[in-house]
Design a protein around this ligand. Structure first.
Ligand code: SF4
Ligand code: SF4
Length: 440
């Protein structure tokens, strides 16, 4: 039996130790409060990072029991990590929040329907790419058969709940072919001169819904001398599970992905979704108490790079094709706060001839997407989105760029709500477009 398990048997819990360590870093100064979107919107201490840390501390000290109210306070958090960027003491807030949510998951008796939905989504669908693809197939059938048109025309969902109708309207068009079926496992570098061998995590939702963004990513990498390996049997990164207290499943998925990618001898493992990149960079932390995987996980995480981070690092080929548009860039929380990546996407946008980049006020402020927050907390999510879109409108831009699938969907919906006729795209799509214009 590994030493960690033996110690756990006599009461030493590694995870709880590291949570306490993180909690103790918080000196209660409150400097994070003005940067917290839920605190700014709700205005109570319990909706702030400091309040949530205090609650978690009470629980981990054994002074507080988990109740629905406790869970409500902790689940009101977006996990946007803006408090981590703001905190002068270096508190890694997510390292407190994720174990706290795991404790909620294990100790709070939820209604039967709630448990069933959670189990269905987290245990029985997301860890299995084929089931996810089957679900996407049903959704596509719903979209193309005329049923979606009928549901929208009759306002059926509105009669149940307005937020349900809004969620349905955010549903993006499901692609006829998933990326892993539309792409060979190995894409050679353009021009045949290989400089890097990279892996590509095509994601779960990205793979089914954002095939064009993924194809653009692979083309851009090939243009920059990369041989791109997109393993067919990779799985979801587990970010959604981590943020929802399903840590054990997240660990299983992490182990699976490590096994898939580690044998490929890669220079880097690339991601174009900020949320996934942030989760993959945390595999080392997630599996640090797993004697078989700790080292492999840490080596894996060190290879993970966001696409913009990698391109800037290798000195990407500057495009010659022009795009005559005015673009604003919105920072995904898990890119700017989760990975500290701020200037790289802007550098890529600035390199495109004709493209005018304008700064967006509160670009580092969450758009309200936050995983499934727009489904679980639709009212607050829409308030944050409307605040964001007001700033977008003020820029006068006709194009909005970002770097995370959830943000793209949310911002597209925001543009519609605000009556703005603007495209919302991934940064890498614009670079790909500029490259392709060179050939015109
Ligand atoms: S999390 Fe950081 S900034 Fe916020 S109260 Fe604690 S020490 Fe201060
Ligand atoms: S993660 Fe975001 S919403 Fe949650 S406490 Fe920190 S700043 Fe507030």
């Amino acid at each position: 039996m590994p030493i960690e398990d033996l110690l756990k048997n006599v009461g030493v819990d590694f995870q709880e130790d590291s949570v306490h360590e993180e909690i103790m870093k918080c000196v209660g100064c409150g400097l994070c409060l003005p940067y917290c979107p839920t605190y700014r919107e709700v205005g109570t201490e319990m909706a702030s990072p400091r309040g949530r840390i205090a609650l978690a501390k009470e629980y981990f000290d054994g002074k507080l029991k988990i109740t629905p109210r406790f869970a409500e306070h902790l689940y009101l958090c977006l996990e946007c990590l803006a408090c981590e960027t703001a905190c002068p003491s270096g508190v890694k807030f997510h390292r407190i929040m994720e174990p706290a949510r795991e404790a909620i998951k294990k100790n709070l008796e939820r209604p039967l329907w709630d448990r069933m939905v959670r189990d269905m989504v987290f245990k029985h669908i997301f860890p299995y790419p084929k089931r996810l693809q089957l679900l996407a197939g049903f959704l596509r059938l719903y979209q193309v058969s005329g049923l979606q048109w009928l549901v929208r025309k009759t306002g059926l969902l509105r009669s149940i709940s307005e937020s349900l109708e809004e969620t349905e309207q955010m549903l993006p068009p499901i692609q006829p072919k998933a990326l892993r079926d539309a792409l060979k496992e190995v894409t050679p570098p353009l021009g045949g001169r290989k400089q890097y061998r990279v892996g590509f995590l095509s994601g779960c939702v990205m793979n089914l819904v954002f095939t064009p963004i993924n194809l653009a990513t692979v083309r851009v990498l090939a243009r920059n001398g990369c041989e791109v390996i997109t393993p067919r049997f990779q799985k979801c990164c587990g970010a959604l599970h981590l943020h929802n207290g399903e840590t054990d499943i997240a660990r299983q998925m992490a182990r699976y992905n490590i096994d898939i990618f580690e044998k490929l001898q890669l220079d880097a493992l690339l991601v174009n979704s900020a949320g996934c990149g942030s989760a993959l960079k945390e595999y080392g932390e997630l599996l640090k108490d797993d004697s078989r995987y700790a080292q492999k996980a840490s080596a894996f995480s060190q290879k993970v790079k966001d696409i913009s981070e990698f391109l800037v690092e290798i000195g990407f080929v500057k495009p010659q094709g022009a795009i005559y548009r005015k673009v604003a860039y919105d920072d995904p929380c898990h890119l700017i706060h989760g990975q500290g990546i701020k200037f790289q996407p802007r550098e890529i946008l600035k390199s495109i001839p004709g493209l005018e980049l304008v700064e967006l006020k509160e670009s580092d402020w969450c758009c309200g997407s936050a995983g499934i927050y727009n489904i679980t907390h639709p009212e607050l999510s829409m308030r944050l989105l409307d605040r964001k879109m007001a700033h977008v409108k003020a820029t006068g831009a006709d194009l909005l760029a970002t770097a995370n699938p959830g943000c793209i969907l949310q911002l597209r919906w925001g543009a519609k709500r605000a009556g703005l006729k603007m495209d919302v795209v991934h940064v890498v799509e614009l670079l790909d477009q500029a490259y392709s214009k060179e050939l015109e």
